[in-house]
Write a protein that binds this ligand. Sequence first.
Ligand code: ADP
Ligand code: X2W
Length: 302
Amino acid sequence: MALSRESAFDVATVLSESLPYIQRYAGKTIVIKYGGNAMTDESLQASFARDIVLMKAVGINPIVVHGGGPQIGDMLTKLNIESNFINGMRVTDTATMDVVEMVLGGQVNKEIVNLICEAGGKAIGITGKDSRFIKAKKLFVKHQAEGMNAPEQVDIGHVGEVSHIDTSILKVLENSDLIPVIAPIGVDDEGHSYNINADLVAGKVAEAVGAEKLMLLTNISGVQDKSGKVLTGLSTAQVDALIADGTIYGGMLPKISCALSAVNAGVTSAIIIDGRVPHATLLEILTDKGVGTLISNTPAAK
Ligand SMILES: Nc1ncnc2c1ncn2[C@@H]1O[C@H](COP(=O)(O)OP(=O)(O)O)[C@@H](O)[C@H]1O
Ligand SMILES: CC(=O)N[C@@H](CCC(=O)OP(=O)(O)O)C(=O)O
């Protein structure tokens, strides 16, 4: 169907608006944490996959790191295994770790690979165990149980934090037409597996590869203040105050902390965006219409 003169002008305006952004990001790496609704709603899945394929096609290097907390929860329920969280981290005993590896490394990872391939790209799914590229160590969380006077270190099982990322496998993929899709599972020198929060893996991957941008897709319009208004830009000092007064809590804590750590380690900007918006990834990268909360170390960074 032929476009009217006005619609054709609108389409052409949006397309030409993307040119400076394509020029700016071509050859640069963007790490995208994929999670929330964008990962479960069929039409959002398809728009996400298309965005990633388009990025690679215009010379940007996308690296996808995915979550899968709800999918792990569903499988644990089917198997009659209880789910427990402390400070937003899943308490992971040996039976739970087996399920985490099966769901993240098998089911979820391969579904995303398939989606990107359906959209015309070439994706390859890996966990941190592949070539042992995500080295992990056991994470102890600080937690104050009811009736205790002070927080104490709690052992929550096979939960890890990233101790090292070997970027060599990612470099090989960068120089190919393959798009890496990473499941957040780490490994130690003895080959033990660790369940790692996906936001934390995305942040560490972005730091290790010196990414231009870290994008964290979530189910909310961005970081909100007490009245629910989205805060479009945040500095480290503002974040500290918002955590201290309880405005930022729960699942937003690992997102904010990995975003801050990434920008402090040299990633130009980190952004928390609304994955419920179709083509949220592309809107953020290639237009003036990006929405969400930007955390950056340079005032001009978009
Ligand atoms: N200040 C805040 N602004 C927005 N969301 C917040 C804030 N503080 C806590 N949250 C919570 O964090 C959630 C996002 O974290 P989470 O559910 O873990 O996301 P995901 O599943 O995408 O990783 C929001 O849905 C909200 O409930
Ligand atoms: C230690 C820990 O909590 N790991 C997470 C890993 C998956 C994840 O982070 O998924 P989302 O991004 O969808 O929450 C978990 O077991 O749920």
